[in-house]
Design a protein around this ligand. Structure first.
Ligand SMILES: [Zn+2]
Length: 186
């Protein structure tokens, strides 16, 4: 849990398990573009979402990237890289995700902007507090409910939370079985 990527999105079960098992397979820093290098439309998309989150969250090191990490699940929206000390290093927002595309200002879809902002809130929680999916999803759901998110978005995120928390629990149990009581396995 010391280093690795945290995934905000668990549309596939593998994401949370992989996130826990990953050692240092975050996307290479070279792939991350500073926000200044993003296209104007991408910057506007991010800014619209940042406008909805706390100012302290908006000030975190958030970068836009068009590159998914190698271990990403297809539905990934964002992730957080953690330093060797366990502290957050950067929040990555994937510009190729459905939610990012839908949140483009030209779409005028407030629900998508709220959803993208909730991804940032989720990742900000990881950045500040570490890898627990339960805490990150709770922060995300609180944000969605406080910003009049559509019921379907809330249900989606609740489902993702349940899957991620269950996967996290299984991964912890598997790690415990691997590391402990070898004689019991014989
Ligand atoms: Zn997460």
């Amino acid at each position: 849990m010391v280093s690795g990527c945290r995934f905000s999105h668990a549309r596939t079960l593998a994401a949370a398990i992989v996130a826990m098992a990953a050692s240092a397979t975050c996307p290479e820093k070279a792939h991350a573009r500073p926000v200044e290098d993003a296209t104007q439309a991408e910057r506007q998309t991010l800014n619209a979402a940042l406008f909805l989150v706390d100012r302290a969250v908006a000030r975190l090191p958030i970068v836009l990237t068009a590159m998914m990490p190698d271990i990403a699940s297809p539905g990934i929206q964002g992730w957080t890289s953690m330093g060797p000390d366990g502290n957050g290093e950067r929040i990555f927002i994937y510009t190729g995700s459905d939610v990012f595309r839908c949140a483009r200002p030209s779409n005028e879809n407030r629900q998508c902007v709220v959803k993208l902002a909730s991804v940032i809130v989720h990742e900000a929680w990881h950045f500040r507090h570490g890898g627990s999916e339960s805490g990150a999803y709770t922060a995300q759901l609180t944000f969605l409910l406080g910003n009049q998110a559509a019921a379907e978005h809330v249900t989606d995120v609740r489902r993702s939370r349940d899957r991620a928390v269950a996967a996290e629990r299984r991964a912890v149990e598997a790690a415990r079985r691997l590391s402990g009581r070898p004689e019991a396995a014989r």
